[in-house]
Each structure stands twice: as C-alpha cells, then as structure tokens.
Design a protein around this ligand. Structure first.
Ligand SMILES: [Zn+2]
Length: 216
C-alpha cells in the first residue's frame, strides 16, 4: 500500500517565539511545509526574518490576507477584498514562490460560501494564484488537549491530509513534537504537494472545488 501523504501548513504567523520553534522542529525531522502568513503578523518586529528563514529552509510561504479579520466571502465590497489580498502580497516580495499561493480564512475553517466571494475568486484567478484549501482542521488553537488526537485520526482516515495548524502563540508549537512522533510512527510521507481536491484556483482558472464551495 502506498504511504499516506501529509501536507503540513502553518497559518497566521509569523510570530517570534512560536514560528522559530516550529521551524526548528521541522528542520530537525527534515520535513518541508507551507506557511500562510498574515500581513499584520509579518509587519511585526522580528517576523520577516522568520519568514525569510522558512523560505531559505525550503518551505513555501503564501498570502493569508492582510488583516485576517472578515472572511473574504463576507466582506461587503470588492475593494476590501482586493486590499486584503494585495496589501499582504506587497509584503511578500522576496518570500513568495511561483506560482504565488493564497489561503482564505474564517469561520473556524468551515469550507462553505463564506470563504470566498465571486469577486475574490476572480481576483485570485487574475493574480495567477494557486489557492490552497484544506481537509483537516484539528483546532490546535482552541482544543489544546484534543487536537493531536484529532489530527492523527484525520491522517488515519485520508490518503492525503492537508492539515491547517497555526504557528501563533497558544496553538500547535507545544505539542508539535508529539504530533510528528505519532505521524512518523504511522510511516506517513510528508509532502508539499496539494491534492486537486484542496485547490480552488490554479493556472489562471477556477476549479470545480470552488463551484461547490460557493454553492455551499
Ligand atoms: Zn488563518
């Protein structure tokens, strides 16, 4: 049987004191991941160097909005959507890969119509973004005792898990070593590839995933 695949993603950073710990733990184990950064986080003192370290280590860095406040599908006007995307992107010079990556946010990770508006999807298509969704949200930020078990059960259930974790204070950093020990014991293969089922826009087009999302 082919090994189960796991793509680890870390959202909302970078933060001094947590992103550095996450990076060290991944480095120690030779795991490459993706970091979806928030402009407001990246603008804090000491944060950019962490994002630069992530890129230098081979991790992907992508856009996770400028302020991470109101989900793009719930913003009242298209100029606010553009600002959330563009104001973060302008901070990613020297950090972004090709194609540029975007991850939407909001409502605890629910995959429904609130995530993106038609305008947001078109803006991401026009910007050449690869929009990366997920299929696992173990709630590292609000379930400190349970999230590792949840994460492991997701990986056991799926061929390819795209997991949303958070390199923010009070989220995954404390128990990440325990999670990775358990995943390594399952013989999973860590990958930066993302399955089509978690891609909303790519190569200048919107995918069928987005059509289902906007209906939901
Ligand atoms: Zn987020």
């Amino acid at each position: 049987m082919a090994p189960r695949l796991v793509s680890l993603t870390f959202d909302n950073g970078p933060f001094v004191g947590t992103t550095d710990r996450v990076l060290a733990e991944l480095e120690r184990r030779g795991i490459l991941a993706a970091f979806f950064v928030v402009g407001r986080s990246l603008a804090r003192p000491g944060a950019r160097v962490l994002a630069e370290s992530a890129v230098a280590a081979g991790h992907l860095v992508g856009n996770h909005s400028a302020t991470h406040s109101v989900a793009l599908g719930e913003l009242p006007d298209s100029s606010s959507v553009d600002a959330e995307i563009d104001d973060c992107e302008s901070l990613l010079d020297g950090l972004r890969g090709s194609p540029p990556l975007f991850r939407p946010f909001g409502n605890g990770g629910a995959l429904d119509h609130r995530l993106l508006s038609q305008h947001a999807v078109q803006r991401l298509v026009d910007g050449g973004y690869r929009t990366v969704l997920w299929n696992s949200v173990p709630h590292d930020w609000d379930d400190p005792t349970g999230w590792v078990d949840t994460a492991v059960s997701h990986v056991r259930e799926m061929e390819h898990t795209v997991m949303v974790l958070h390199d923010t204070p009070g989220a995954c950093a404390d128990r990440l070593p325990e999670l990775l020990d358990r995943l390594e014991a399952l013989d999973v293969q860590f990958t930066q590839d993302i399955p089509d089922s978690c891609i909303a826009t790519s190569n200048g087009t919107r995918t069928a995933v987005v059509d289902a999302l906007l209906r939901g």
